[in-house]
Ligand binder design. Sequence first.
Ligand SMILES: Nc1ncnc2c1ncn2[C@@H]1O[C@H](COP(=O)(O)OP(=O)(O)OP(=O)(O)O)[C@@H](O)[C@H]1O
Ligand SMILES: [Mg+2]
Length: 437
Amino acid sequence: MRRRARPLPATSVDPYARRLLKELLHIHQQVRQRLPLDALLQAVLESALRVVPNVQRGCILVRNDDVLEYRAAVGYDLVKLRQVCFPVEDIHAWHNQGRQDVVQGQDYLDWDTGHLHPDAVAILRDHGHLDEIHVSLITAIYVDEERYGNLVLDNLRTAQPFPPIAKRLAQAFADQVGATLSQALMVTRLEQAGQLLAEYERLAALGQLITGIMHEVNNPLTAIMGHAELLGEAYLTHAEAESLAQIANGALRIQGVVRSLLTFARQQHTHDQRVQLNDLVEQTLALIHYELTREQIAVHLDLAANLPLLVADPGQLNQVLLNLLLNARDAVVAQEQPRTISVQTRSSIAPGGEREVQLAVMDTGPGVDPLIARRIFEPFFTTKPQGRGTGLGLAICYGIIGAYNGRIWVEPAPGGGARFHVRLPSKPFEEAVAGVE
Ligand SMILES: Nc1ncnc2c1ncn2[C@@H]1O[C@H](COP(=O)(O)OP(=O)(O)OP(=O)(O)O)[C@@H](O)[C@H]1O
Ligand SMILES: [Mg+2]
């Protein structure tokens, strides 16, 4: 049998509770209207002032990174007070010393004088009227279990302690502020997530754009390189040969950029085949031989005999080699003689028993500053002057080596330069093509 709830007699709701309910309803409506955060905080504070006994003035302070800021105030000049920030660490320490609840106006002044800049103390003295406060009730505002601010309610009339009901009500309002802040933070985080998504989409669109442009660049580039090669077979004067070499080098550099960008855009098709790393080293060095000679850079080769074959796209491994060698060239070019680049290959057995091929490119340059060593593989990280480096070289190397389940890292070379190491697993062709581990 269902029992009907008996309505409360109107007289049993005391006027004070009725006022309180009215205020809570008012706050609830404002929250639903999605007012700006500061307007909401101000509304909650004003409600608190209407309901909490023995309170004539108040403010709300909210955390912003590592400071606490004034966000709402009644009876204070908020614009002026906003110039004052309290270091969160100091405030926490203060609360932890047992000053959680109630403080006297004089206590505020003492603390501020000891912790804040004299200008901030002067603002608080002039616009916070701290000397008028007999006693303040400070209630912590929590967001996700973290202390996020304070609701401060001042009694300017007596130094009597606040009654227990005042503390309970203040707690209810502080909880309301916490809920409002939590909602606002959630909205901010959602907006940030939206921006991040837009950023990913932008990068994907950039990838497509790059692919389109690079295919357009690639065709004339191939023609330039082909004609340069043909011309190289003709009889040329020294000056002509030098100009031709410059054309070839320029074209090569563009080709490097085209490949880098295509790899960045992940649109390049890989053509895996059996390759001998030693051959690729020699081919790539041959491409930049002229440039290295001109800069009087010596190359030491220490290539292991019987190096196992790799299954890889030779174009991509050439690109790794070219990036490492060009970086080494850039590193030594400003150094005194002797300027040396050393390339070493080795075969080894990985801890899991798998055969692997190792490559080291070493130079006598200034080395990689340990402070930036963690960042050099990031895309667009460069220390080179604008127009000289795109910061894509090592990011591309990292991407390519990673795609072959290899590793690339940097260490200081014995003479103080940089030593880039690469390890690549050497698998039987069929296994590698089938992607069997
Ligand atoms: N051999 C090296 N010696 C010293 N620093 C190096 C060496 N190789 C790379 N670096 C550092 O790492 C940074 C990133 O290298 P990365 O190849 O990715 O870009 P970049 O050479 O600056 O530009 P890009 O290769 O796109 O032309 C360089 O700017 C440089 O500071
Ligand atoms: Mg580079």
